[in-house]
Design a protein around this ligand. Structure first.
Ligand SMILES: CC(C)(COP(=O)(O)OP(=O)(O)OC[C@H]1O[C@@H](n2cnc3c(N)ncnc32)[C@H](O)[C@@H]1OP(=O)(O)O)[C@@H](O)C(=O)NCCC(=O)NCCS
Length: 170
């Protein structure tokens, strides 16, 4: 089956999760790409980028994804396991990409993928992956429903199923 026919097959499926009274949104609507230069202020004791600096960037980028999907502000409810696969060096270009991958009634799971590029050589390393859960809130900080999620590709379907399985286990 071609990529196009896989996509159109998935597009015909009903939106998942969320509040059916709100217009659903595709995963792509929440996609955020952020590029940051790792500058010396982010240095740890060993001369590489501090893990706390990375987590801050992750939380900010993932917040934008969640708030875009929700059309509301959102708070971080949990951060799943974060693996630091390879150090990020000062001077690297840090590229974060994230998107909403699963939605419940008021909660959303956002997947974040991070790569570091050595600007001089162009070599790119996958350094971190993590999943965070956000809860959409109103002005009184109370949870509010979010739109359903439209899964347009088989990959998005697979990611949804894995997220749902982890959610059920909790
Ligand atoms: C997150 C928070 C709004 C949830 O409020 P609550 O009164 O417990 O809300 P509910 O029990 O109705 O749960 C609301 C949703 O959050 C989800 N949720 C609550 N705690 C969660 C957690 N630790 N991990 C994942 N999901 C969580 C629930 O499963 C539910 O999802 P659903 O609506 O999709 O089914 C509240 O706990 C809070 O304000 N926490 C502090 C957030 C914060 O300060 N973050 C750091 C700075 S942004």
């Amino acid at each position: 089956m071609s990529a196009e026919s896989r996509k159109s097959k998935a597009t015909r499926r009903e939106p998942r999760g969320g509040d059916p009274s709100l217009p659903p949104k595709p995963v792509s609507a929440s996609r955020v790409m952020l590029s940051l230069l790792a500058t010396p202020e982010s240095r740890n004791l060993f001369g590489n980028v501090h893990g706390g600096w990375i987590l801050r960037q992750v939380d900010e980028a993932a917040y934008v994804s969640a708030a875009r999907h929700a059309g509301n502000h959102a708070v971080t409810a949990s951060i799943e396991r974060v693996d630091f696969r390879s150090p990020i060096r000062i001077g690297d270009l840090v590229q974060l990409s994230c998107e909403v991958q699963w939605v419940g009634r008021t909660s959303m799971m956002v997947g974040v993928h991070i790569e570091a590029e050595d600007i001089l050589t162009g070599a790119v390393r996958h350094t971190n992956t993590c999943v965070l859960t956000y809860v959409a809130i109103d002005k009184d900080l109370k949870p509010v429903p979010v739109p359903g999620l439209i899964l347009e590709t088989e990959e998005e379907e697979q990611i949804w199923r894995k997220a749902e399985a982890r959610r059920v286990k909790k």
